[in-house]
Design a protein around this ligand. Structure first.
Ligand code: BDR
Ligand code: CA
Length: 310
């Protein structure tokens, strides 16, 4: 059983990742934290509660996290996921309440209670994880591993020429998290741009029965329209669901252990990742498992079976 604490900015693919995790029999989803990024962190919490309600998991606590990045002004990316983060499908469930603590405090409390047991899956900017590291310096020992959707080392950036959105939204937080010396897997655009959900997969979701499939298809509409305008191939990449699937099935990708630094100063390059691939010792910084290749067909099959049932 994989015990997961999920931290996301509740755009469309964060919602799909949550539905996948909530639907897996081998995952115990312990808690959700929300962060700024695709939406404001408080709006993201309303989205998370709606998604968990649709998944039939009102029992999972949701805590609002960082309302802004550590060292730059807040910027919400409404273009990709719509003004509400869910492609126009956000509907608050008024009777559902957020936890009275922040996402970082919730994370620290849970891993103190279960030292060495929990996997953190982070699919938004890394502000909450950075704050949690400041609150609890022993966090790297208390967490089993961290799986981050973010960054790119070979593919172009998606929010600036060289930066991926989750890192760009809070580069200082990413630098803290990458430098913390814990077991960390980075699932970036290098692989997620190769986990394309094709039209036939979308049709399968559209024709599946039940509330989860109906909702997943409704939020995918906006996402598919966004990607149709940008890529020749119909469909969309599975950014956040790839991190969620690899948290459960790490064997579906290959990884390279490398030190990764975040560029913090460049006028054109802020938020890009600098990977030291030199093959000699003495490289700076902790090593991170960067996903370099992915088994797209098996990953999509795993994702659909979590989402729609086996
Ligand atoms: C990442 O940015 C967000 O828009 C998505 O939800 C995903 O986490 C992809 O770059
Ligand atoms: Ca996200």
């Amino acid at each position: 059983m994989v015990k997961v604490i999920f931290d996301g900015d509740y755009g469309i693919d964060d919602a799909l990742a949550t539905l996948f995790l909530a639907g897996r029999a081998d995952v115990e989803l312990l808690a959700v934290g929300t962060v700024h990024g695709n939406a404001r962190a408080d709006a993201a919490a309303a989205n998370a509660l709606q998604v968990l309600d649709i998944a039939g998991r009102r029992d999972i606590p949701v805590a609002v996290g960082a309302l802004r990045p550590l060292a730059q002004p807040l910027e919400v990316s409404a273009l990709v996921h719509g003004e509400d983060g869910l492609g126009g499908q956000a509907h608050a469930v008024p009777e559902l309440r957020r936890e009275p603590v922040s996402a970082a405090e919730q994370l620290v409390r849970i891993v103190r209670e279960r030292p060495g047991e929990c996997t953190v899956v982070a699919t938004g900017p890394l502000t909450n994880l950075a704050v949690a590291l400041l609150l609890e310096p022993r966090l790297p020992e208390l967490v089993r591993n961290v799986v981050v959707m973010g960054g790119t080392t070979r593919e172009p950036g998606n929010i600036s020429p060289l930066a991926e959105a989750n890192i760009w939204h809070d580069p200082e937080a990413a630098a803290l998290v990458f430098g913390a010396g814990w077991s960390l897997t980075l699932v970036g655009l290098d692989v997620t741009m190769h986990t394309w959900l094709d039209q036939s997969d979308v049709d399968r979701i559209a024709s599946a029965p039940g509330r989860v499939a109906e909702f997943a298809h409704s939020i995918l509409r906006h996402y598919l329209t966004f990607y149709r305008g940008r890529h020749d191939r119909p469909g969309c990449p599975l950014h956040d669901p790839s991190a969620a699937v690899l948290a459960v099935r790490p064997d579906l990708a290959r990884y390279k252990k490398v030190p990764v630094q975040v560029e913090l100063r460049g006028a054109q390059t802020r938020g890009m990742l600098v990977v030291d691939r030199r093959e000699f010792s003495g490289r700076d910084g902790p090593l991170i498992d960067v996903a370099t290749e992915i088994d797209r067909d098996r990953l999509v099959a795993e994702f659909l079976s979590g989402l729609l049932g086996p």
